[in-house]
Design a binder for this molecule. Structure first.
Ligand code: GUN
Length: 287
């Protein structure tokens, strides 16, 4: 068997095109969507992610502001900037790139972002709303995966899904979105005793482990859908996912590549949340 491949680049381009139309309509009503991005320190991967996010904003007609701080900045300065951005009516979305230096209280920083501008969906109130099935900003990576399921017309109600990874950014919100869609969800992680026992009985596997080619063909049920959230840099500089793509695509029915899979969808969902935040502001102002 050779799996169908979900083209994340093509799907994300379609979503970005639709968002550009909505951004233009907002600008015509006097509201230009704007995302503020805070980057602390000089982690090279974070710098690349931020650059990609801002370039995507620009292409979709969304203004973006970058606020960069050295790694030894006093957290008080960042908190003061967040208060300023919260009060700035021309800013609709705020993102603090993670990870922050260890001196920072990450939870406190995320909760200092206005819930209405929390386009990453990491504020405790948005997390709580999502877990209660209420309207909330969904974290961008799992939200992007849900869009891929929708595009592939995958039936989630009643499906057995195994999510590998329990992070606040991917694993936990992924599980919440899937539960809300009616799936039966198992979250596995580094302490899971027999991972392959779980993955082999899954209709859908979402791998968010952070280890190159961790999910191998013998761990996958024939015909299953396999979503690869990993972005790992190999010693030769190439990118690879958490899934052994060549071998698993011989067993799975549906698979996402790395690069060109979940990554572009994550950015598209950030743009979508920013446009939604700006549309709410325009609606509330009667514009
Ligand atoms: N670091 C890794 N992924 C993300 C993300 O989706 N948002 C933010 N803010 N930081 C991240």
């Amino acid at each position: 068997m050779s799996a169908s491949v979900i083209d994340g680049n093509a799907l994300a381009a379609r979503v970005r095109g639709e968002l550009a139309v909505r951004a233009t309509a907002l600008a015509a009503r006097g509201v230009q969507p704007c995302l503020a991005v805070i980057l602390v320190g000089n982690d090279p991967a974070s710098a690349v992610y931020v650059r990609n996010k801002m370039a995507a904003c620009e292409k979709a007609g969304i203004r973006s502001l970058k606020l960069e701080y050295p790694g030894d900045i006093d957290p008080v300065v960042v908190m003061a900037k967040l208060a300023e951005l919260n009060a700035d009516a021309s800013v609709h979305g705020i993102l603090v790139q993670l990870p922050l230096p260890s001196r920072f209280d990450e939870g406190a920083v995320l909760e200092a972002i206005s819930v209405a501008k929390d386009v990453d969906g990491f504020h405790a109130e948005n997390v709580g709303r999502l877990s209660q099935g209420q309207d909330a900003f969904s974290p961008c990576t799992p939200h992007g995966v849900m869009k891929m399921f929708e595009a592939a017309q995958l039936r989630l109600a009643g499906a057995e899904v195994v999510v590998i990874g329990r992070s606040n950014i991917v694993g936990k919100p992924m599980a919440m979105l899937l539960i809300n869609a009616g799936a039966t969800v198992t979250i596995c992680h580094s302490r899971t005793r027999d991972l392959a026992f779980h993955t082999r009985r899954a209709d859908i596997v979402v791998a968010a482990v952070g280890k190159p080619r961790f999910l191998t063909a013998d761990m996958v049920k024939p015909g299953a859908a396999v979503i690869d959230v990993g972005i790992n840099r190999l010693p030769d500089g190439k990118l690879c996912g958490d899934v052994d793509f060549a071998a698993v695509s011989e067993v799975a029915g549906l698979i996402t590549p790395v690069p060109g899979g979940v990554g572009p969808m994550t950015i598209a969902m950030l743009l979508e949340n920013t446009v939604i935040a700006a549309e709410r502001v325009a609606r509330e102002a009667g514009q």
